[in-house]
Design a protein around this ligand. Sequence first.
Ligand code: PEP
Ligand code: MG
Length: 545
Amino acid sequence: MSELALQGVSAAPGVTVGTAVVLDPINGRDSKIVPPSERAHELEVANGALEIAAGELDMIASRLREAGRNEEADIVETGVLMAGDAVLSSRVESLVNEGRSAPDALRRAADQLGAELAELPDPMLAQRADDLRSLGRRAAARAAGIRPDQTGGVLVAATLGPADVAELGATGIALAGGGITAHAAIVARSLGVPMVVGLGTSVLEVVNGEEVVLDGDRGLLVQRPESSRVAAARGEAERRRLARQRAVADRLHDAVTKDGHRVCVLANASTVAEALEGLAQGAEGVGLLRTELLFLDAPAWPSYEQQINFLKPIFAQLPGMTATVRLFDFGGDKTPPFLKGTTARGIDLLLRSPDALKTQLAAIVDAGILVKLRVLVPMVTSPDQLRAVRSVLDGVLQGRSSPLLGSMIETPEAALHAGAIATESDFFSIGTNDLTQLVFGLDREQSKSAPVTDVRVLRLIDATARAARSALIPVDVCGEAASDAAVMPILVGLGVDELSAAAARVGEVRQWVREMSYAAGRQAAEALLTGNSFREGSHAGRERV
Ligand code: PEP
Ligand code: MG
């Protein structure tokens, strides 16, 4: 039989081959009615299973905490509290008294209460719905005497809580539902576990134990994979494993080109785990902290306390190091419910809510005492926006020294006015993701190859780098182009001082810097700007060792 590919949405990158571990078989419920004489015993089994599940979650949380992953530990620990919740146990009890078996009662109770939670207007509580369903499934499995397969494999489920992701051994995750901003996806990205969500209920028909290929880069789950696909996936997984091993081993070696040009490599992050991963691979700090991603379901602008709670644990990993915090970049594909209908984006949107801007700047400055703080303004189009932000920033400093204030150059308009914007900026960060999309009118969600090396984009990057040089301010690239092997040497050749890459790619980028020649990078950039002799896919300026 030929292979069958299910298309979902990529939630965490990476590729893996493995046997499917199906947590939610399509016919997992049982309709057997337990006779009244056995119901007391059934209730004991259900309560015991809840205790076992709570104990397991507690252990997972401790392991995460020992590994310095406090953020994920906190998330997993909420499951422990839920297991002891009186509402849950009384719902289980009434279902058992109706004649439901212990596993069925546990699953149903968690599903019912999960559905109630999901309806709540508070998104923080609504997000707990998945965690509760996951607890119910875990307890139901224990009540039925099932231990999870801990030998690795691709977990297949309807939805998944963060604890299931953190459970030992999952090499990949495929979900019928789920969202890329759900806790489970955040934990998967942090732990480097490939994950695909939104595969639809047909994924639950995958047979326990069958071999599958999960492609977290393309959002695919492939059943009955051809041997060539299996071999390619194994090769890719091995390549990534070795690259990470090498990156960690080389983390203390500088990123200097063969002809002595130093490049600062930073990490993009939105969680503690990503910051830790970037540092483990030798990042010199965080070049882009995306602050909006954790608040995409928010019912209102995040409060000062919520932002402090988000920022402090990340800053705690970066004492004395660069921490570049980008102001909320809401709008476009990142529009939370409370901003629905807006056509504005980035700083344009934020300046329309001056209180929100002030609250965010105050939280960043207050939390960032121990780091080399930089504040980055998204979607800048004019120097006036920088002036406006700086005046609010000055108002929250209360005598403290100001962090550097930088502009994201990610629209053609900004690149064309880079000279004027530079006069108000302490640094530039080029967002090649949006810049490329806007130059070509591409759909960011769909398009896989961003033609950054097209001369129209390169000229805008070149103009930006020149404006930065004239104003004597540093310029970095924090879009995906910074971790594209073919493009990175061109960026360095164009005079980019810093590259900020996805945390898991930091080591590779540092290695590429060591393998390239700055002079060759400059030549390649020059050739592209003038005659376009560069071929996509050739590794300009970089020689393999
Ligand atoms: C970019 O546009 O390149 C960028 C880094 O910002 P984001 O991907 O968050 O829009
Ligand atoms: Mg952008």
